[in-house]
Design a protein around this ligand. Sequence first.
Ligand code: CA
Length: 257
Amino acid sequence: MTATAPSAPVSPAGPRTILVVEDETSIAEAVATRLRSEGFVVHLAADGPSGVRSCHDLAPDLVVLDLMLPGLDGLDVCRAIQQERPVPVLMLTARDSEADLVEGLATGADDYLTKPFSARELVARVHALLRTVERAASLPPVPTDAPTPVALGDARLDPVTREVTTPAGIVHLTPTEFDLAVHLAHDPRRVFTREELLETVWGYPAGGGTRTVDSHVRALRRKLGNDVVRTVHGVGYAAGTESAGTESAGTESGGAA
Ligand code: CA
């Protein structure tokens, strides 16, 4: 810290690196151009296996990952890279079916965009995801009031280590899933609207895609048990077990078992 301090407001870690795994050249290049203009260092991979390799070699701060890829599809890529190291993943999907989204999010993607999307929206999501992760990483240790673990269903969430333990063992949650779970668990009697959750957990301005919240709730139920989050119809979500097994609001998507 005593050495020459650059005058530019560079973050401690320098420019953020983003890996874009997308086989459609026109989309890949458009995304890369836009992200570069935002100051990111962007690397491209055009198929699944090279996406996994590049992620290993580059250790990017975020991965933009197409769902339909040659070689290894986006879900497999996501699984592989998350196994190695938790990294925020923004999934690009041409399919808009709920089952794919749930699977993608359960696999470790933090958010998704359905094609076609605007470059502006992509940039907003990227910034929001990075903020979420950086906020989590920069939480200072609070000696006097260290956050204590909270419970969500049978799961124990430790805000310090960000570890999730259940009777069945340790469960991996994405950074966003973890924040959502802790947010709900902190105030178990409160019912949150989707907009509130989107704003506080994701940092999105009001009016974003609230289906992202639904998908993450489903991922939490899938990973931690159906009864960890209850749907309050017409309002939103709350922690709790009151109506265990209640199907979530929204589309009847018959749950791919
Ligand atoms: Ca594709």
